[in-house]
Design a protein around this ligand. Sequence first.
Ligand SMILES: Cc1ncc(COP(=O)(O)O)c(C=O)c1O
Length: 369
Amino acid sequence: MFKKFKLEEYLARYEFSAPYLMCSSDPQTMLMKDVLALASTQEKEMWDNLSLSYTTPEGHPLLREAIATQMYQGLDKDQILCFAGAEEGIFCTLFGVVEPSDHLIVITPCYQSLLELPKAKGCSITTIDLQESNNWQLDLNAIKAAIKPNTKWLVMNFPHNPTGQVIAPNDLTELVQILDKHGIWLFCDEVYRLMGASDTVWADPVACVYPKALSLGVMSKSFGMAGLRIGWIACQDKSMLKKLEHVKYYTSICNSAPSEIISLITLRQKDIILSRINETVNHNLQCIDAFMKTHAEHFSWVRSKGGCIGLVHYKKSELVDDFCHRLVQTEGVLLMPGSIFDMKSNHFRIGFGRQNFPEVLDKLKVFLK
Ligand SMILES: Cc1ncc(COP(=O)(O)O)c(C=O)c1O
């Protein structure tokens, strides 16, 4: 029923065997002891006396409160529903809540489940490709042209995987006007929000500006804690969250108790943790800037603005899949060819959130010589 998940299979094959990861979408993570060192006395007590029984299906109230206050200005804890990672939030919405009679517009390339799950449900889908010639920006006219009488959802992802581009605040305002006119729901995967280049101008989360919008967030990306498997959806409409909760009863039921507490500690220290991650990301972006200048005959890119990923054009006649294969075989450096995102062009995804990125970039330079 579900198509092979190319990206996750690619990572499963290489992520724990290739010594140098240069395509990861999660940044430098933290050790448990370092997170616990940030905990207040009250949080340490919560951790030490944590009962390992079932947790509340919606997510710990203090966690939801921290998510709402730290990430979604104007929303409260009852407008947040927690999930096991972002993937469960995608599943519950785009497989659980969508109806086979719905038409969806999906912005591509994209993280595969955003497209494949509604397809598997039997929905009709119009995809709209982001174009490099348009700096991978949203084409609002193409969206208007794709709307049909039964269009129920627009599905997009900003900051965007794999291009690292963000949605401009003006584009979001205009998009919301278009969707509102037609009563269309907006599902925006915002898992990379607030991580990225220091000069990025951030649009608001969609859930803060449109009542029919779902903002997807997670601990995995901007906070570097994928092993927690804590994600969430923010939405002003509580009846939509109720529908999602009913689907969650068929998947994880509730969240991991220890992960909720670690997420709570982290989110309350959001600014400290984000600034550490963004320091690494911005240092690495500068390394890429210098690399692009000296290797302009090989590569070009639209500089990434959000997340710790970007899409690089390999300008040589060799297929990028072959290039990536040779690189991992000889230097142990893993890139991700665009074919993993069903792209026909000669691009690869680069990931630059890890502290060893400069060292890995040196390996790529040696390989190119
Ligand atoms: C855009 C996007 N959405 C969702 C996910 C899934 O996130 P998680 O592993 O936290 O479930 C990923 C993972 O790479 C992603 O890139």
